[in-house]
Structures are given as structure tokens and as C-alpha cells.
Design a protein around this ligand. Structure first.
Ligand code: PNS
Length: 205
């Protein structure tokens, strides 16, 4: 006799003619999360998720901040990890980039700012992180982000990359453009946090 599977053991709905209907859905849309206690049903142990949000942050923009806020809500802990050695010469020193990030990330108790160098996956392993967080603003970001995510997965299959989208109003915003606008004397108000705006004023006088 064929073995009964877990799916076969689900309760049966009754159809209009009184006969057995289709099996009740496992994750029916009508049940609330508290009724289902989904991690227990899925047989998954609940564990705190630590995510790493890596980047150059030269400097942190309102788009980055939007992603930090979303990441802090979604994950138990979030490490904003600043790459120490950039290929290109940064406008802001590592110390300045860290100071600005620490200042703007202060409202979130579960967010830490740290530095890394070398391979990102090595750093993530060292910190016991399960997730790498990256932002995707538009389709144009997707190709390079996908390449990086898949390469990181090849290097360390136990770590997942999660992409989040910032608000549409930040979809055109990048650190590079902000640096350029500031250098050419344009307004950067609303593009970066006030703390970063002040640093810019001091730097590009
Ligand atoms: O803010 P950025 O410049 O887009 O961030 C890029 C960053 C720092 C995430 C990426 O360059 C990186 O992870 N560098 C670390 C070196 C590494 O792990 N390289 C292999 C990536 S597939």
C-alpha cells in the first residue's frame, strides 16, 4: 500500500454535494500567523537573523538610510559594513564615512556599523551572518548585483543575498552623483542626511 504523506493527512473540506472536497490548504489565506505559528509548522527552528549591509558609503545617502531602516525592521540585527580599501580614491576618509554612518544609524538599536576588508563572504562568516543585504534601485542595478550575489553564493552557499528596493523617490540617487553635485556647487539638501550635508559644506568649500 502506498505510504501516506503529510499532505494526505490534511483535513478534508466538504464539497457542495457532501463528498470530500479538496484538502484544506496548509497556509490558508484565512488563518492568522498566530493561529499557524508558521515556523513550528514548517519544522524550522526560529533563530535570530543577522544581516550584513556592505558598501562603500562615500558618503551615506538618504537611499542608504532608507535601506538601513527596512533592514533593521526585517532582520534581528543588521551590520552596516564599510569597505576599508576602495579601488577608487574616496572623497571621505574611512574615519569620516564611519562617523557619518554611526551618527545616522544611532536611532536603531539593532544596527551596528563596522569595517571590513578582503572578501565579503569571509567577513560574513567571521560575524556568523546568514544574509547579505543589497539595494536595487532600478533594472540597471540588477545585472551587476546578480553577478555579485551569485559569485558570493558560489564562494559561500550558506549565505543568502537579499535584495530590497528603496522608496521610488531615491531610485535616481547615488553617492557618486551627490559627490559630483556638491563638487560643482549644486544643492544636495534632501539627498543626504543633515549630518552628511554639514560634512560636505566643510569639505567642498
Ligand atoms: O557600495 P558599493 O561600492 O556598491 O559596494 C560594493 C561592495 C563593497 C559590496 C563590493 O565591492 C564588495 O563586496 N567588495 C568586497 C570584496 C569582495 O568580496 N569581492 C567579491 C564580490 S563578488
Amino acid at each position: 500500500m502506498p505510504q501516506k504523506t503529510q499532505l494526505d493527512n490534511r483535513s478534508q473540506h466538504t464539497s457542495a454535494d457532501g463528498g470530500p472536497g479538496p484538502p484544506a490548504p496548509i497556509f490558508g489565506l484565512t488563518e492568522t500567523r498566530s493561529e499557524l505559528e508558521w515556523p513550528a509548522i514548517a519544522g524550522m527552528p526560529t533563530k535570530p537573523i543577522l544581516a550584513i549591509y556592505p558598501g562603500s558609503f562615500d558618503p551615506v545617502t538618504n537611499g542608504h538610510l532608507d535601506l538601513i531602516e527596512r533592514g533593521a525592521k526585517l532582520f534581528d540585527r543588521l551590520i552596516v559594513a564599510v569597505l576599508r580599501n576602495l579601488d577608487k580614491d574616496p572623497l571621505f576618509t574611512l574615519t569620516e564615512r564611519l562617523e557619518m554612518l554611526r551618527e545616522v544609524a544611532r536611532p536603531w538599536e539593532n544596527v551596528e556599523v563596522d569595517v571590513f576588508d578582503g572578501l565579503l563572504v569571509d567577513y560574513a562568516r567571521k560575524r556568523n551572518a546568514q544574509v547579505l543585504l543589497r539595494g536595487i534601485r532600478a533594472i540597471s542595478d540588477y545585472e551587476s548585483e546578480l553577478q555579485m550575489a551569485l559569485m558570493n553564493r558560489k564562494l559561500e552557499p550558506r549565505i543568502e543575498t537579499v535584495f530590497l528596493m528603496p522608496a521610488e523617490s531615491y531610485s535616481y540617487l547615488s553617492s557618486r552623483l551627490v559627490r559630483e553635485i556638491a563638487r560643482l556647487g549644486g544643492p544636495i539638501h534632501g539627498l543626504v542626511p543633515p549630518a552628511v550635508e554639514r560634512r560636505f559644506r566643510a569639505k567642498v568649500r
